[in-house]
Ligand binder design. Structure first.
Ligand code: ATP
Length: 518
């Protein structure tokens, strides 16, 4: 799969829009910030879906376009990512959308811990609002509800995205069409999708919503697939949902009751959206939300989000990590995607597609530090208010943090590349990730070849298996932040985001001497 679609095919020009920095990348597409020529204050996001890559992976152009058509039909709700315009050019389908200035929800879930209960309740309520609109007003089922498909706006409001699997289940005459295909992401998939001849797609969204609540409350999925072949699912169904051990023990009784009503394997007995809207978890309000469920205190929400995100760099944790061979254990499941055998080298990322550094400038604006004249002062202040820096601090009371598109799986380093690259190389290899020997030498060669003092950003591709044996891929991008530190960001491309953060935490701990912690 191409690292930089734009390196292969030049980007189309879009009338009235000025393209800016890249804010995200997926398997088939990358997303850039853009502003209106007539009004530079108006920022939108433009997704460039690389059609040849879609076709190469079995997704026809028509299917790619269908996704936008269906999303445009239901773009009139606070909690659904709005499509503004779209068009098809030679190699790209571009989609101008509202900018989700708060980044990805998955990035803010602490593995094995989850998010603060009030935050979970807030997103549960917003998701139910999105589904109510989608099912009851538009007759559309999303069919792929999971944290990877949920973005946040800059106030922290939920934006349901990625309508690639969505379908119209309601006919114009109000009757329901049954589905029979096997679509979705296994851990979030309702059991009837695997086991019944046909099923109601809207009911399967409710099930996925239950799994999502479980993930928000515990930081792990309840099972890998909803089938008796899966030990956890079998235990759950044999006990009619009455299990209390393992991750279930992290859920309080009140929410356990709700999760069990949603995760009802028999779709006829599963709670309905109407019933969910009467549940106390829906009717009560989080302290940072107004009566319609919209966030009215982003500062408090970001503090609550950050309160659960922590990367320990302690000696105890370090020793435990060195002894733990989880990543090298034999997988229990086999991924459908084979691991590619190539060994990752260091590459120059001339389009900056993997770096989200630019969004750091939001920090400057939002923290009102723009007038500082001393550049050292500037970067330290900016780095200090970054949620990513704060997650390394012990006993920190998060202050001044805010929700931004900038990812949290990153750290800053004041060390030289001659220290950073060998340590990263050693750590990645120790975790079983194939990396070419001599990354620092490659860096020097790149500098020579480009006859440039500064070849940033550079990236290292990461392809590995997580501890459950599923394929996990992304890159580690190294950029120079302002005039100060190097920022090392871990950008997930595919695989379980919780596992990606686990990998990031492990690399951070093993490279703890590199990390700048104020
Ligand atoms: N409207 C938006 N505003 C801000 N960031 C966005 C927006 N849409 C997408 N992104 C960012 O871009 C990333 C990739 O986008 P997306 O997941 O839609 O790509 P994709 O190729 O369709 O993904 P997949 O790999 O799931 O098929 C997202 O994870 C998110 O970080």
């Amino acid at each position: 799969m191409s690292t930089n679609f734009s390196q292969r095919s030049p980007l189309p020009k879009i009338k009235d829009l000025i393209l800016g920095d890249t804010v995200g990348q997926g398997s088939f597409a990358f997303v850039k910030a853009a502003c209106l020529e007539s009004n530079p204050e108006k920022v939108v996001a433009v997704k460039f879906v690389h059609l040849p890559t879609c076709v190469k992976h079995g997704l026809s152009e028509k299917e790619a376009i269908q996704e936008v058509v269906i999303q445009s039909k239901c773009s009139d709700h606070l909690n659904i990512l709005k499509v503004i315009d779209c068009n098809v050019t030679k190699n790209f389908l571009w989609i101008a959308m509202e900018m989700a200035g708060g980044g990805d929800l998955f990035d803010k879930i602490e593995p094995d811990v989850g998010v603060d209960t009030e935050v979970a309740q807030f997103y549960f309520k917003q998701l139910i609002n999105a589904l109510t609109y989608l099912h009851e007003k538009c007759g559309i089922a999303h069919r792929d509800i999971k944290p990877e498909n949920i973005l946040l706006d800059s106030d922290g409001n939920l934006k349901l995205a990625d309508f690639g699997l969505a379908s119209q289940f309601m006919r114009k005459d109000g009757t329901k069409r049954l589905s029979s295909d096997t679509r979705g992401s296994l851990p979030y998939m309702a059991p009837e999708i695997l086991h019944a001849r046909n099923y109601h797609a809207d009911c399967t969204d409710i099930w996925s919503c239950g799994v999502l609540v479980f993930v928000l409350l515990t930081g792990e999925t309840p099972w890998e697939l909803p089938s008796n072949d899966d030990v956890q699912f079998r235990e759950f169904s044999e006990n009619s949902g009455n299990i209390v051990g393992g991750p279930w023990s992290k859920i309080s009784l009140a929410q356990l009751n709700l999760v069990r009503k949603i995760l009802q394997p028999d779709p006829k007995k599963r709670v309905t959206l109407g019933e969910l809207r009467n549940h106390v978890w829906y009717t009560s309000l989080a302290p940072f939300s107004d009566k319609n469920g919209r966030c009215n205190n982003p500062q408090l929400l970001s503090q609550k989000l950050l309160s659960k995100l922590h990367v320990s760099l302690s000696d105890d944790e370090y020793t435990r990590c060195i002894k733990d061979d989880h990543w090298l254990r034999k997988p229990t499941h086999t991924s459908t995607q084979p691991i590619q055998s190539e060994i990752a080298d260091l590459r120059r990322d001339s389009f900056g597609t993997s770096s989200r550094l630019a969004t750091q400038y939001e920090l400057l604006e939002q923290s009102n530090l723009g007038q500082a004249s001393n550049s050292d002062y500037e970067w330290t202040q900016q780095v200090h208010v970054d949620m990513a820096t704060q997650q390394f601090q012990v006993n920190s009371t998060p202050e001044g943090a805010f929700i931004s598109t900038s990812i949290l799986t990153k750290f800053y380093s004041l060390q030289d590349m001659s220290s950073i690259l060998p340590m990263l190389e050693h750590t990645l290899r120790a975790l079983g990730i194939p990396v070419k020997i001599g990354l620092y030498e490659s860096f020097l060669e790149l500098k020579d070849a480009h006859k440039l003092e500064d070849v940033f950003p550079v990236t290292i591709q990461v392809k590995t298996m997580d501890r459950k044996g599923w394929f996990l891929s992304g890159n580690v991008s190294l950029s120079k932040a302002y005039e100060g530190p190097v920022v090392i960001s871990f950008n997930r491309r595919s695989g379980d985001p919780l596992e990606w953060r686990r990998l990031f935490k492990k690399v951070s701990l093993l490279c703890r001497d590199l990390i700048y912690v104020p």
